[in-house]
Design a protein around this ligand. Structure first.
Ligand code: ZN
Length: 286
């Protein structure tokens, strides 16, 4: 038998009668810590620090009878796994709205509601992406190194949670990525896109961007302003000590240019007030 205790929000994952207290667990010899922790319901991606008899331990450590194990949650660091390579994500099928908000904030986010758990695991491993999900079993998959169990249910709250947990406020580049396909937006002259613009846009606006993936045209309009305000609210909540939200003052000058763009969706979608430019349009996801 060994003794375990989970701290702080890790208690949300475990049985009620094991919360906020030490409990005994039968543990076969040669079972790695990671397996033991996950058998209690806690995905390894949510764990930042493990102490065995007071000393830091790795996921593959084996235990001896009588060991005392303390398991602490992720705050902002990944102390027992390799450093996070970049803020790149793959979101599971239930997090479409969050994926869109992450793209709005400029984060490279793969999303396709047809992806199964195995494909998400493979994409995360191959492309070094952080898995975002509310499914703890997905986070237990072996090849997933970085992941976030998203606790919030509403998309704005979910974005706030991710930005705060991974300390991303300084990396936000609003309106630099296509909300539909995730590709980069590039500045484009009005002359090149004029034919595809509604008359009211053609007359009033001067700065445009085109998606490098699906060729949608984006410009600044009323919906863009609403999105900008929404993003500012979320980021302000994620970084209460920061007076100026990054959405208002992007670190990257290119993002400032990008911020002058409003996404144009396919007509009739009702999502954006714009027009879709083109023959290269690809619906859906990447
Ligand atoms: Zn696109």
């Amino acid at each position: 038998m060994v003794s375990l205790r989970f701290y702080a929000e890790l208690n949300d994952f475990i049985a009620v009668d094991r919360r906020q207290r030490d409990f005994a667990l039968a543990c076969a010899a040669d079972v790695p810590l990671r397996h033991l922790i996950e058998s209690c319901g806690v995905p390894h991606t949510e764990v930042a620090l493990i102490l065995v008899n007071g000393a830091p331990a790795a996921f593959d450590q084996r235990l001896c009878a009588g060991d005392r194990v303390a398991v602490y949650p992720v705050f902002v660091s990944f102390a027992i796994r390799p450093p996070l390579p970049a803020a790149r994500f793959v979101a599971d099928a239930h997090l479409g709205a969050l994926a869109r908000l992450l793209r709005l904030a400029g984060f490279d986010t793969r999303y396709d509601n047809r992806l199964g758990d195995r494909e998400i695991e493979q994409i995360a491993a191959r492309e070094g992406r952080v898995v975002l999900t509310r499914d703890r079993d997905l986070l237990k998959r072996r090849a997933i190194v970085h992941g976030c169990h998203v606790h919030a249910r509403q998309a704005d709250e979910q974005l706030r949670e991710i930005v705060a947990r991974l300390d991303l406020a300084g990396s936000v580049q609003p309106f630099s990525r296509c909300l539909v396909c995730n590709a980069r937006l590039l500045p484009v002259t009005r002359a090149l896109v004029e034919d595809a613009l509604p008359e009211r846009v053609r007359e009033r606006l001067h700065a445009f961007q085109r998606c490098s993936g699906c060729a949608r045209i984006y410009w600044q309009g009323s919906h863009w302003r609403r999105l900008r305000e929404r993003l500012q609210r979320v980021l302000a909540a994620a970084t209460p000590a920061t007076p100026a939200a990054p959405a208002a003052a992007p670190a990257d000058p290119a993002a400032a240019t990008a911020a002058a763009a409003q996404p144009a969706a396919t007509s009739g979608s009702g999502t954006f007030d714009g027009a879709c430019a083109t023959s290269r349009t690809s619906r859906g996801t990447r």
